[in-house]
Design a protein around this ligand. Structure first.
Ligand code: GLN
Length: 304
């Protein structure tokens, strides 16, 4: 398969859509980003990288970080964890509060904000320095020590993240946040602020392509079973309230972030990372979703 040629074609075909959608200006540090940026990378299981456009440019990974923290938490508390967070799509916005009251402070899944707060709370309880552990995990799976927090983005979210704080305080009232809310959310805002490129992200997600095993060191990051489970959760919960539509059009386990990134997995084959900052109403990259749709139709690749 000539992935390089396909990436060039995709870049041409998405041109009419560039600039559509709205950048995540509710996070002031992200408001000024050029919505016409576009990058895409494919990383294959035999270690090859194909890239196009702004594929080396760093952007805020935001909710894509929820997959890394979930992997870490599943290593620590695989059974206990599922008493505190569900495994069902929410059908609501990624930062919605409504279900939490009806469902006694147990978030629907670990890939929406409320669920990710619980996961980060687990890491905060287990580690002396959870921020450093998260960074180390990502540096390990991407085999890249240069990856770091963007402290300006973290600060910007801490200063304006009242909805996240409200959600976490509400869950704490049900006993589902164990640490101080400010402490857990400081970790959460930092994990969201991590800056990575499409190239780095496609590489970092290879352990979920390769049955839980790091392709660089051959070390097990998570078990095969957990890798399968995380892929299943990405397929059913990774794209918020447009997860059904996205599965219909793309059909790959995927995770988006409001920085405009999306990563998709084809188990035992490849990962694809795409970045374009203009978002749909659900908070997913508009051009990124389109690019992935074109990618699966041109390659015929899929899990079904
Ligand atoms: N940091 C963002 C928030 O909490 C993450 C949301 C996202 O990427 N969907 O609002």
């Amino acid at each position: 398969m000539d992935y390089q040629k396909i990436l060039f074609e995709i870049k041409e075909e998405i041109q009419p859509y560039l600039g559509l959608g709205k950048v995540a200006n509710y996070i002031p540090a992200l408001a000024g980003i050029d919505s016409k940026k576009f990058g895409m990378s494919v990383h294959t299981i035999d270690g090859k990288l194909f890239e196009v456009g702004d594929s080396k440019e760093l952007f805020s990974i935001q909710s894509i970080s929820k997959v890394f923290t979930l992997s870490m938490a599943m290593r620590l508390e695989n059974n206990l964890l599922w008493k505190r967070v569900g495994r069902e799509p929410s059908g609501s916005k990624f930062n919605s509060l409504v279900q939490l009251e009806h469902e006694n402070g147990i978030p629907r899944n670990p890939l929406i904000n409320a669920g990710a707060h619980v996961i980060t709370d687990i890491l905060t309880s287990n580690y002396e320095n959870p921020k450093a552990e998260i960074l180390n995990f990502i540096r390990q799976v991407s085999n890249d020590k240069s990856i770091d927090f963007d402290l300006e983005v973290a600060k910007s979210e801490r200063e304006t993240g009242n909805r996240n704080l409200a959600m976490a305080y509400f869950m704490k009232s049900f006993g589902n946040i164990h640490n101080q809310v400010r402490q857990t959310l400081d970790v959460y805002f930092h994990q969201c602020s991590i800056a990575m490129s499409c190239n780095q992200l496609s590489k970092a997600f290879m352990y979920l392509v390769n049955e839980g095993v790091d392709i660089h060191s051959n070390k097990e990051i998570i078990t095969k079973k957990d890798s399968d489970r995380i892929n299943a959760l990405m397929l059913t919960c990774g794209m918020y309230d447009s997860v059904g539509d996205f599965a219909y059009k793309v059909g790959l386990p995927s995770k988006s972030g409001v920085g405009g990134g999306i990563v998709s997995i084809v188990p035992n084959k490849l990962s694809v990372a795409v970045w374009s900052p203009g978002l749909s109403a659900s908070g997913n990259s508009l051009v990124g979703s389109k690019a992935l749709e074109i990618f699966v139709s041109k390659t015929g690749i899929g899990i079904f």
